[in-house]
Design a protein around this ligand. Structure first.
Ligand code: CA
Length: 382
C-alpha cells in the first residue's frame, strides 16, 4: 500500500475545530434539503463490493436514485443490478448497459480463490425492470444519462462512478438528441452537483477502475483529464448555452483504492443477515470462507448519499499538477476514522437495511459512532 495506516486518521486539532463547524452546518441544512439526486455507474461484475454499494444506494433515506448504469457489458451485471434494486424496494429505477451484451461471467484468474456472483444473483433473485432473460430491455447508458439529466434540476445531480468510466466518457462525447439540445459535456456542467469517482490512488497510485476496462484506460483518461474543459473548445455545435457558464468546473471527488482496502465489510451480513438476501448471498458466493471484502464502493456510497456516515470521510484537494494551469475543482477523500470503525459502520448499515428489507426491523448494535460529532467532514486545502 502506498501509505502507512496512520495517514488516514490524521486530523490536526485546528482541522477538528473547523470540521466540527462544518459538521454542524451540514446537519442544519439536512433537515431542509430535498432528497439528493443520485446516479450510480457500476461494473457489478468482478468484485462484490458493487453489490454492497447498490444495497446502500437503494436504501439511503435521503436519496432519489434516478438511474443505475452498468459499465461492464455482461448481461448478468444488468440483471443482477435489477434484482438487487428490486429486493431493496427500488424495482422501477431504470438500468442502462452498453451493447453488445455478452454472457461473460467472472473468473478469478489472479488469486484462484474468489467466486462469481452476478449470474447467480440475477437468476435466483430475478426481479425489477430487467427480469431473468431480459437484459436487452436495458437502456443504452448514454441515452439514460441524457434523459435523466435533462429532466433534473440544474446543479442537482450527483453521479457516483464505482467502476469503469466508459459510460461517462461516452456521455461527455454525446451529441444533442431528443432529450436535450446540449452536447454531453455542457449537459453535465449544467446538471451535475458533483462527480464522485471511486478509482485511482492519492496523492499517487493506480487502480483497476482506471486501467481494467475491457476497452482499455482511454475512457478513464478522457473523463479525468478533460474534466472542466470548455465544451465549445471540443464541439462546434450551434448552441451557445455554455459560453456564458464558464464558472469553475463541477466538483470531482475521488475515493482512492487506498481508502477502502483495509475497510473489510460484509462478514456480518453473511453471518447474521437474512438467509434470502441477494447481497448477503453475493458476498458468500464471492468470498467463500472469507466474506468480508474491501469496502471501496460502499464507502463511496456512504460519502455520496449524504447519510451520517459521510462524515467519516474527509477530503483533500488535488488537480494542481503541472499539467494544468487552472484549478479543476478536484479533490480526494481520506478516512477520518479508523478502518475498523468505518468497517463496523458499513456492516451495521448492511445488516440493518437487509433486515428491514426482509420485513423485520432489527436494531443492529453498532459502536455508537453514527452521527456522532467524532466523525468529521470537510476538506483540506493543499
Ligand atoms: Ca466496482
Amino acid at each position: 500500500m502506498p501509505f502507512p495506516h496512520s495517514f488516514y486518521s490524521f486530523l490536526s486539532s485546528a482541522n477538528m475545530k473547523r470540521l466540527a463547524i462544518l459538521y454542524l452546518s451540514f446537519i442544519g441544512s439536512l433537515a431542509l434539503a430535498a432528497k439528493k439526486n443520485l446516479i450510480i455507474d457500476t461494473d457489478l461484475f468482478s468484485d462484490v463490493d458493487d453489490a454492497g454499494a447498490l444495497l446502500l444506494a437503494a436504501t439511503a433515506p435521503d436519496v432519489n436514485l434516478l438511474a443505475v448504469n452498468v459499465n461492464y457489458p455482461s448481461s448478468y451485471s444488468a440483471l443482477a443490478a435489477s434484482a438487487i434494486l428490486a429486493h431493496y424496494g427500488k424495482p422501477d429505477v431504470p438500468i442502462g448497459i452498453p451493447r453488445p451484451l455478452s454472457n461473460t461471467t467472472f473468473f478469478d484468474s489472479w488469486y484462484f480463490t474468489l467466486g462469481e456472483y452476478a449470474s447467480k444473483v440475477a437468476y435466483h433473485f430475478s426481479g425489477g425492470s430487467l427480469r431473468w432473460g431480459h437484459a436487452e430491455d436495458a437502456w443504452d447508458p448514454v441515452e439514460l444519462y441524457r434523459k435523466v439529466l435533462s429532466e433534473a434540476e440544474d446543479n442537482s445531480v450527483t453521479i457516483l462512478s464505482i467502476g469503469f468510466l466508459d459510460n461517462l466518457s461516452a456521455l461527455l462525447n454525446s451529441p444533442p438528441d431528443t432529450h436535450s439540445p446540449l452536447p454531453g459535456r455542457a449537459l453535465t456542467t449544467l446538471k451535475l452537483a458533483e462527480l464522485i469517482i471511486m478509482g485511482g490512488g492519492y496523492p499517487s497510485g493506480h487502480n483497476w477502475n482506471f486501467w481494467g476496462s475491457p476497452s482499455g484506460p482511454a475512457a478513464a483518461a478522457h473523463v479525468i483529464n478533460t474534466w472542466g474543459d470548455d465544451d465549445n473548445h471540443h464541439h462546434h455545435h450551434h448552441h451557445n448555452h455554455n459560453s456564458s457558464q464558464r464558472g469553475p468546473p463541477v466538483r470531482m471527488t475521488f475515493l482512492g483504492s487506498d481508502v477502502g482496502s483495509h475497510v473489510r465489510a460484509g462478514g456480518r451480513l453473511v453471518a447474521e443477515g437474512p438467509v434470502a438476501d441477494p447481497v448477503r448471498m453475493a458476498y458468500r458466493w464471492y468470498g467463500y470462507e472469507v466474506p468480508a471484502r474491501a469496502a471501496w464502493d460502499p464507502l463511496a456510497v456512504v460519502y455520496a448519499d449524504g447519510r451520517d456516515g459521510r462524515d467519516e470521510l474527509e477530503g483533500a484537494d488535488v488537480g494542481r499538477g503541472p499539467r494544468r494551469k487552472c484549478a479543476k475543482n478536484q479533490r480526494f477523500l481520506r478516512l477520518a476514522v479508523a478502518n475498523e470503525t468505518a468497517a463496523a459502520e458499513v456492516d451495521r448499515l448492511f445488516l440493518e437495511e437487509a433486515w428491514s428489507a426482509a420485513g423485520g426491523d432489527k436494531k443492529v448494535q453498532g459502536d455508537g459512532v453514527r452521527g456522532s460529532a467524532a466523525l468529521q467532514s470537510g476538506h483540506e486545502e493543499l
